[in-house]
Write a protein that binds this ligand. Sequence first.
Ligand code: SAH
Ligand code: SF4
Length: 432
Amino acid sequence: MNVYDSTRMEDVMKQDGYVSTSNISDADLVVLNPCHIREKAAEKLYSELGRLQRDKTPKPMIAVAGCVAQAEQEEIARRAPYVDIIVGPQSYHRLPKLVADIEASKVKGDRKRSIDIDFPLESKFDLLPPVQARSVSAFLTIQEGCDKFCSFCVVPYTRGAEFSRPVDSVLQEAKKLMGDGASEVTLLGQNVNAYSGDTKGLAGLIRKLSQIRGLERIRYTTSHPRDMDKELIAAHGEITQLMPYLHLPIQSGSDDLLKKMNRQHTAEDYLKVIEAVRDVRPDIALSSDFIIGHPGESERDFEQTLQLIETVGFAQAYSFKYSPRPGTPASTISEQVPEDIKSVRLEILQNLLNKQQREFNTRFLGQSVPVLFDRKGKLPGQIAGRSPHMQAVHVNCKESEEVDKYFGRTVNVRITGAFRKSLTGTIEHTAL
Ligand code: SAH
Ligand code: SF4
C-alpha cells in the first residue's frame, strides 16, 4: 500500500508541475513514505534521513509520510529537526498545500515545519487526481484501516478505523487503469476482504470488476481469515480472472497464542477456510504471514505452528520475528521471548517454508504457464513476469527485439527450471 500511496502523492504533486526523478540529487522535494509495522522498517527512515542531510546540497524540502509520520511525529521532530513536512496516510491529498506553506515560510525567512496527521472527514480518494497506470500490473486501494486490534499490531492506530471505498469509485479507477494499458489489478487493503463498499462484499466487487474489458487478472491482499465469507470462497471457483493465489495470514498455529494475539479465530477455523477454498480451486497457491516470538510463545506453541505449516503446505509465506510496537498491548506483556530464541525458531520455520516453496515450484517443471510480462531484465533479451500462481518467471529471449514484442502481454511459457523464488522457461511461440 505504501507503493500505491507514493504513486498517488506523485500524481497529486504533478498537478503543481512537479515531475518525479530517479536521481535523488535532482530532487527539490524528497518524500519518504515508510512502513511502521515493525521497528526495523521504521528505523530505516532515520538512517535515510541522516544520509539525505549529510550528502545532499542544496538541501531539498523533505517530507515524511505514511504510518511512521502518523505515529512518530514528535520522534521525527526530535531526531531529524530538518524535516519540513510530516503528513499522515489519510491526509496526503493535502501535500501540495503543505509544500506551498513551506515555500511561503521560506520566502518570509522563517522556514518552519508543516504537519498534517488528521483523519479528515473527507476521503482522500474523492480529492486525488485521476490515477495513471505505471505498469501492466496495477495496485488499487479499496479498503483501509482496521477495527480488529490484534495485540501486536499498529495498523488500527496508524491507518485508523476500517473504511471501504464506494464500489463506483473503485470501478472507475479500474477502468481508467485498463484504459491506460494495465491488464492486472491487485486490490489492496489492510483487511481487504472486510470490504463493504458493495452490498455483496469483496466477492460482489470482484464480480463487477470481472466485467471490465481488458481486465485479465484480479488479485487481492491482505485478507483476514475471519472475513473469508462463502461468497468470496465461491468466487475463487467461478471467476476465471480471479487468480489462483491467496495470501491469508494466520500468524500462529497455536490456539493459546492466537487468543493472546486477539486474532478472534482458531487454527481449526483457518484450516476450514483453506479446505473450502481448495474444494473450489484445488490448485490454489497459498501464502501466509507468521509472527515468531510473540509474548508468551512457548516451545509447544511454536511446534503447533510448524505442524500447521506441514498440514497446509504453503506455496510461499512471509515470516517475521515479533517486534514490539509502541502503544500496542503486546509490547507491555512481561513474558517477552528472548531474541536468541526468536532467531532459532525463525530459522527452523523459514527452512520448512523454503522447502515447501521449492516443492511447490518444482511441480511446474515441464508445464506450460501463462505469464504476464511486466519487467525487462538488466541484460538484452531478459524479460520477467508472473504466473497465475504469483511465481516470478524469467525468460531469456533469443532475440532482444522479442522483449518488446512480449512486454506487457500474457504469453505461454514452458517451464524448464524451478528454484525457490522463481521459475525459468522458454516462450511457446504456438501460443501467440
Ligand atoms: N490484516 C492482516 C495483516 C496486516 S499487517 C491480518 O490480520 O492478517 C501485515 C503483517 O505484518 C501481519 O500479518 C503480521 O504478520 C506482521 N506484523 C504486524 N505487526 C507485527 C509486529 N509487531 N511484529 C512482527 N510482525 C508484525
Ligand atoms: Fe493488524 Fe491485521 Fe490484526 Fe488488523 S487484523 S490489527 S491489520 S494484524
